[in-house]
Design a protein around this ligand. Structure first.
Ligand code: ATP
Length: 310
């Protein structure tokens, strides 16, 4: 799907396109993004440098493109970051759902059909396809081969399972070829973004420097990020409860999505202070739960230790 910042452009008229077209209206900006100020400034600087880099890229003989990998737990603002980037640079956003793409050739055609001044997004790359473990899987397949030959029924079952895993035949090497080859022949000013909740699952080839130039970790809410949300959601820049909140944030992991939700007044009567109190209560409850879980895990470990020793 193409989310365009420039609905008046008649680009759809001059050639047929495979992209659906929606006007891009996501309100997220770097001002509304909850993240450490220093990290935000660094990313903004990087983006602006890229967008002004036409001559530089020509001089060094490289395609005018940049890859970003956004990784972090759910609800930490990966989609909000993409929208903030698009709004900052006034770029269009092409959102690719890899699982719906038939094969490598269709992927190539789609990408050739993208215009400059755009961000191409492949979200949740780890779950999109079997892009993450193909090498490992191939090895496992080889290892399995002998066993399967001995048992024809399990062989058939396994083959059926594999076929049902994904309707798409886009492969890791197909995606890499598109990024490296056709991609650089497409003209310039394109950003490609992969998002994932599980960076460790990705094949290193996919995210090496040169393909994904900048890796951005979207992390749990810190006090600095909380202050952005408190200002945006409640118009509160300082409050006597901030000290307590800072203490609790130092000890708990909570997504900005949760904090944002807690800071949204749920009724007319709920004022800013009530929201802050509810947030503290929510964070403390989560801390308590996490404490109980780690206690239980520690007990289990001790128990296992005893059993093993015995
Ligand atoms: N860093 C953030 N700054 C501001 N708002 C945020 C942030 N993170 C989350 N939110 C709020 O939570 C909602 C969900 O966040 P978003 O979809 O951007 O997270 P995500 O990391 O892409 O999540 P997922 O991995 O589940 O797709 C957003 O609409 C926004 O209101």
């Amino acid at each position: 799907m193409l989310y365009t910042n420039t609905p008046s452009k008649d680009w759809q008229g001059w050639r047929p396109t495979k992209w659906g077209n929606i006007v891009f209206e996501h309100p997220s900006t770097f001002d509304t993004l909850a993240m450490e100020t220093q990290k935000k400034d660094e990313i903004k600087k990087d983006l602006i440098k890229f967008s002004k880099g036409k001559d530089y890229y020509a001089k060094i003989g490289k395609a005018w493109k940049r890859g970003y990998l956004l990784y972090g737990p759910p609800g930490t603002g990966k989609s909000s970051m993409i929208a903030a980037m698009a709004n900052l640079l006034d770029y269009d956003v092409y959102d690719i759902e890899l699982t719906t793409i038939k094969d490598n050739s269709e992927l190539r055609k789609l990408l050739i059909d993208t215009k400059g001044r755009s961000i191409i997004v492949i979200e949740d790359i780890d779950c999109s396809l079997d892009l993450t473990g193909q090498r490992k899987k191939r090895k496992e397949k080889d290892d399995d081969e002998a066993d399967k030959e001995k048992d024809p029924v399990s062989k058939l079952k396994k083959e059926a399972e594999k076929e049902g895993e994904s309707g798409s035949k886009v492969t890791l090497s197909g995606l890499l070829n598109v990024i490296d080859g056709i991609w650089s022949a497409c003209g310039g000013e394109r950003i490609i973004i992969f998002t994932t909740n599980y960076v460790d699952k990705l094949d290193p080839a996919l995210i090496r420097t040169g393909r994904m130039d900048k890796h951005i970790e979207m992390s749990y809410c810190c006090f600095d990020a909380f202050k952005v949300l408190a200002k945006n959601y409640l118009d509160i820049e300082s409050h006597e409860l901030f000290g307590k909140i800072e203490e609790v944030f130092a000890e708990t992991k909570m997504s900005p999505a949760y904090v944002a939700d807690m800071l949204m007044p749920k009724s007319e009567e709920q004022d800013g202070e009530t929201c802050l109190k509810n947030l503290i209560a929510g964070l403390e409850a989560s801390m308590e739960e996490a404490g109980k879980k780690s206690e239980a895990a520690a007990m289990l470990e001790t128990k296992d230790g005893v059993v093993t020793e015995g």
